[in-house]
Write a protein that binds this ligand. Structure first.
Ligand SMILES: Nc1ncnc2c1ncn2[C@@H]1O[C@H](COP(=O)(O)OP(=O)(O)OP(=O)(O)O)[C@@H](O)[C@H]1O
Length: 259
């Protein structure tokens, strides 16, 4: 019992803490007095109509916008002092690449494992394998040698998701991650993020319009509503962590169960 409660305390540490946060664009008030906390091992789904302020909130959390009032803490530190950005993965709603950008798909995905390391350094074999797995999961293996700027919007989005996943961040922030992605890949992607949440201790904050997916995984009732923003939350208490580090394993295991 004592062990269980100390484990609960450990995974209840705040990853994001928003206190009385407000934000305006010129004379338009977008977010008003928002209080919300994301705890370690939460999966938070954020739902809201167009213009509700979801992207604005994500941009504040990753330090791209400053709240007008209130405070934001990341992993217990005020955002202005926070330096551990490699703990956080962020895939924004729209990435658009200059068609002439010279990097290939494999190079962009692989750059997810560099962190603070020297980019010119030789990449360890295990990281090359991770990259191959992530490309397989996101169904972009056949695009590996293509230039990123020459892909369609949906293909580019899959490259960014693969890149975010191999970095294995403690917190992954996804802004409408599956917009423009075909149904089959969407399905595999959700399977994968759920597995990462339940077995690999990852915390997720995901903006979505996919009510079906949100309700299926996070339940029908939001735990909090603030203005037009609705927060759905599932906390993972699974303590049997998966030791397999191959990204594709959750899909192959699952598919084997289904057939
Ligand atoms: N750079 C900007 N300058 C001025 N107003 C902006 C800017 N970005 C967003 N807004 C306005 O702020 C409001 C919130 O925008 P935001 O992009 O955060 O909404 P959202 O909930 O992510 O919407 P969607 O579901 O359409 O992506 C909208 O009314 C939008 O027009």
């Amino acid at each position: 019992m004592a062990i269980e409660s100390s484990m609960n305390a450990l995974c209840h540490q705040h990853v994001i803490q928003l206190d009385h946060v407000s934000f305006d664009y010129q004379d338009q008030s977008v977010i008003r007095d928002l209080n919300f906390a994301v705890k370690q091992r939460d999966f938070v789904g954020l739902i809201g109509s167009n213009g509700a302020g979801k992207t604005t909130l994500m941009r504040m959390i990753v330090g791209l916008l400053k709240p007008k009032t209130g405070s934001i803490e990341l992993f217990g530190e005020p955002i202005s002092q926070f330096k551990d950005w490699q703990r956080i993965g962020y895939v924004p709603q729209k990435n658009s690449f200059n068609p002439l950008f010279p990097a290939t798909v494999r190079e962009v995905v692989q750059s997810g494992v560099f962190g603070k390391r020297n980019i010119a350094r030789k990449i360890p074999k295990a990281d090359v394998q991770k990259c191959t797995d992530a490309m397989e999961v996101m169904r972009i293996s056949d695009l590996a040698t293509k230039r990123i700027g020459q892909l369609s919007g949906g293909q580019q989005q899959r490259v960014f998701l693969a890149r975010a996943l191999i970095n294995n961040p403690d917190l992954l922030i996804l802004d409408e991650p599956t917009v423009g992605i075909d149904i089959e890949t969407q399905h595999d992607f959700f399977q994968l993020v759920q597995h990462m949440h339940q077995h690999h201790r990852m915390t997720f904050l995901m903006v979505s319009h996919d009510m079906e997916m949100i309700e299926a995984y996070l339940g029908k009732e939001p735990v909090q509503q603030s203005g037009k923003l609705k927060f759905y939350v599932k906390h993972s208490h699974e303590i049997e962590n998966c030791v397999d580090t191959n990204l594709a394993h959750s899909l192959s295991t699952r598919e084997a169960e289904l057939h």
